[in-house]
Design a protein around this ligand. Structure first.
Ligand SMILES: Nc1ncnc2c1ncn2[C@@H]1O[C@H](COP(=O)(O)OP(=O)(O)OP(=O)(O)O)[C@@H](O)[C@H]1O
Ligand SMILES: [Mg+2]
Length: 256
């Protein structure tokens, strides 16, 4: 059974794309056939995976969402035999307005995935930093949500809005959506506030917080500029070890 996992948080720069790329690559390294879908007009997951701009410009998620090209034809292979990508770019910017009067507009991505007959074990969706059309489409298409959370002062506040949106999506559009887990990202051991926020999150949502914590790691921030997931850029780095641990936690614990 394939599992569709959405990586979302409306707060910007919390590690969504880094998590989407590196979780997808780590699952693929564990020989799970994985599809990474870039649902963000910033196209960071696409460039971070080193996908050539000319390929993205020609065909991307936008063309499938508007019904011009089947999703299957938008899929691009990668250096990892078990990992494919559906890229995106700025074409997605106006889609919310384009679809404003369309029926079932929140179900566009779900329907594309329903009709995709390529057998993937995991489909990972990288969301933009908003709770708009594309994030809602991703939540409606998903079985599980992973929330990357940076241990900062306002982290918990934003979490409330996100969990509320999840509740709405669950009650109206996708009853089978489940919270897969909260992932603490960019954790800085020397920062006292980070420890306090992490304790706070664990006290409120203890069993929903992944045991794996992603620490701040320079190699993780360098790898996208080389167009490589961390396991191909520096397999020995702390970031690579952590994301492989996260994949292991997901594969082993039966929660997802
Ligand atoms: N564990 C980490 N250690 C160091 N740098 C990191 C780590 N995780 C992410 N970064 C860096 O932090 C920045 C933001 O990360 P990322 O792009 O993954 O966040 P995002 O939530 O996808 O952002 P956006 O909301 O704009 O989509 C990037 O420059 C990334 O390389
Ligand atoms: Mg991003």
């Amino acid at each position: 059974m394939r599992k569709i996992i959405c990586i979302a948080n409306q707060k910007g720069g919390v590690g969504k794309t880094t998590t989407a790329i590196n979780l997808a690559a780590s699952l693929a390294a564990a020989e799970k056939k994985t599809l990474l879908i870039d649902c963000d007009s910033q196209g960071n997951a696409s460039s971070g995976m080193g996908i050539d701009k000319s390929i993205v410009n020609e065909k991307n998620l936008y063309h499938s969402l508007i019904g011009k090209v089947p999703l299957k034809e938008v899929i691009v292979g990668t250096q990892l035999p078990c990992l494919d990508v559906v890229p995106a770019n700025q074409d997605l910017i106006g889609i919310e307005v384009e679809f404003v009067n369309l029926e079932d507009r929140e179900k566009k991505l779900r329907n594309l995935l329903k009709n995709l007959d390529t057998p993937y074990d995991f489909i990972i969706l990288d969301c933009p930093p908003s709770l708009g059309f594309l994030t809602v489409n991703a939540l409606v298409a998903s079985d599980y949500l992973i929330i990357p959370l940076q241990c900062e002062y306002f982290a918990m506040e934003g979490l409330g809005y996100l969990l509320n949106t999840v509740k709405l999506v669950k009650s109206r559009l996708n009853p089978s959506l489940a919270l897969g887990g909260i992932l603490l990202t960019m954790f800085d051991t020397r920062n006292l506030l980070a420890h306090r926020v992490s304790e706070d999150v664990k006290n409120h949502l203890g069993n929903k917080v992944f045991k794996t914590v992603i620490h701040r790691n320079v190699r993780l921030s360098e790898s996208p500029s080389h167009g490589l997931p961390i396991i191909l850029y520096d397999i020995k780095s702390r970031g690579a070890v952590s994301y492989m641990e996260l994949a292991r936690e997901i594969l082993d614990n039966g929660r997802m």
